[in-house]
Design a protein around this ligand. Structure first.
Ligand SMILES: Nc1ncnc2c1ncn2[C@@H]1O[C@H](COP(=O)(O)OP(=O)(O)O)[C@@H](O)[C@H]1O
Ligand SMILES: [Mg+2]
Length: 178
């Protein structure tokens, strides 16, 4: 059974650093959206292009898991529903799945972001203090059930299934095998 690692945390939490370690030790395919967005578009979001890119990377991850190779999705995944959808999709292709949550205190986060901006500006994008404060308010900390890989909850009201929710969130996503 192949394994899917979901890197969860805010910018500067150390996700990509840990994702590289996991990709080396397992070994696993690491998919880090910023490594695609920044060379392609010169920025991390680019309207809805980020959502489209993530959908393509998730489709690639599901195909890779079906082939038996572990995958590290280095997305951040601030929302509980995003994590639930991906946990459900991993199970649907016969893979196991683990939320790898990296908490970070705000002062450490700010220092790491400043250090990265100074030493590796081509890998990142400018983040203001106001951005960081707002992101910390938006982030949904994983709960105990998510961290221990408990049962995936039902999709939100009005959604018939997690695949339907996921295709709305990531419009380029292909959930069926092909
Ligand atoms: N455990 C750690 N201790 C100290 N510095 C770290 C640690 N993990 C990452 N860093 C540094 O902090 C910065 C942000 O790490 P990164 O892995 O790029 O975070 P993220 O991918 O979550 O935004 C980088 O400069 C990295 O070298
Ligand atoms: Mg990163």
């Amino acid at each position: 059974m192949a394994h899917l690692f979901l890197m969860v945390g805010l910018p500067g939490a150390g996700k990509t650093t840990r994702a590289r370690e996991l990709a080396t030790t397992h070994p696993a395919l690491r998919l880090t959206p910023d490594e695609w967005m920044i060379p392609l578009f010169g920025e991390s979001t680019a309207g809805r292009k980020r959502d489209l890119l993530e959908g393509l990377l998730i489709s690639t991850a599901l195909r890779t898991l079906r082939l038996g190779t572990p995958v590290v999705l280095d997305f951040g995944l601030w929302g509980r529903d995003e994590r639930s959808a991906l946990r459900w999709l991993a199970t649907s292709v016969g893979a196991s799945c683990q939320v790898v949550y990296l908490p970070v205190d705000e002062d450490v986060q700010r220092a790491r972001i400043a250090h990265r901006q100074a030493t590796a500006p081509h890998t990142t994008f400018p983040m203001t203090g106001a951005d960081i404060a707002q992101w910390r308010r938006q982030f949904q900390v994983p709960d105990a059930a998510e961290l221990r890989g408990g049962t995936v909850p039902a999709p939100p009201p009005d959604w018939p299934s997690w695949p339907a929710w996921a295709v709305d969130r990531w419009p380029s996503l292909v959930t069926t095998s092909r």
